[in-house]
Design a protein around this ligand. Sequence first.
Ligand code: AMP
Length: 399
Amino acid sequence: MPQQYVLVLNCGSSSLKFAIIDAQSGKETLSGLAECLGLENASLTYKLNGNKHTVSLAQNAQHAQAISLLVQLINDNKLSDQLIAVGHRVVHGGEQFTGSVIINEEVISAITKVSALAPLHNPANLVGIEAATKAFGTLPQIAVFDTAFHQTMPSKAYLYALPYALYKEHSVRRYGFHGTSHYFVSGQAAEVLQKPIEDINLISAHLGNGCSVTAIKGGKSVDTSMGITPLEGLVMGTRSGDVDPGLFSFLSNLGYSAKKIDNLLNKESGLLGLSQLSNDCRTIEEQYEKQNPQAILALNVFCYRLAKYIASYTVPLGKLDAIIFTGGIGENSNLIREKVLNLLTIFGLSVDNDKNLKARFGKSGIITNNNSGPIALVIPTNEEWVIAQDSAQLVKEVK
Ligand code: AMP
């Protein structure tokens, strides 16, 4: 059988992450990132057969130009004949999408409709869909939603205690994000535990620039920390996570506009706001080791909030088999994992320092001591692989 490749696209407001993935083996043939789109120094970096290349794009180049260059790369390297679909990461699917779908006019209008709930993400995803449809007109385009995995949450988990009309008329509720990642790592955890996913209960912590934690019962999301937008919940790189909603009127009385408050909570808070150093966890950890008090404070708040969330998710689960760490921080920071697990000794968790140190830089593994209680695991996420598999499956179903 000839190779079947899926082009996976993940569009941010000024970036485009892409990968061409073999739908059978998961091997990436071509992958890369276009950055600073719409800005002076737009560029595209790609890896082909293990070699890295960087190309400068025209000043203010947009997603369409980055996609043109990608098309050229695909054609020059004779990859187009094997392409069977383009899979798009779409951040917000509202309540309508409980799984991945082939994109048509109706799907585009539904994604547009919920754009107000993810103004930083959905419009960029739509730009990517439009540009890819123009460039790869004959290929099926698939949407894979961050929110879809969380559509199994019960109403007691997804409803805010607000006037019910806000939910009925304006869809105000918890949606949750990072669903593709939580789904992927939960499947991997079942393999490590050597049990059917239906029989195990997991808490998965996706800790990257954005951070979220999810309670997964028998393979289904039953609660998650991000809300109507990706701002709620854990402390993140630049996002505050949970704050008292009373803060809004307090800040507006100080003269802050809604836009300024939004910017403060999304872009100036989290690890960056607390540490006053950086949103990059590596920088904060370096300073933590040097006893910088702001770095210590930032990591303490980060770990305490995360441990509290993990503890609270034992409520919907009843019994807990494993805690999973993933995302750039979860996969690499042995320090944060140790600090969090040390706050959770009530569940019988105890860190194995040696194993914790080894499970970094792409290596997975169990990081707790062998005992009869729950375990903690490090599992590198692979959202692109889920998008490629879903896309290939949908293409197969319509044939
Ligand atoms: P992501 O959004 O998943 O790419 O994760 C980005 C976050 O992972 C940033 O805060 C990085 O500082 C953090 N990160 C990456 N590598 C490491 C590392 N070796 N130690 C600690 N944090 C890391």
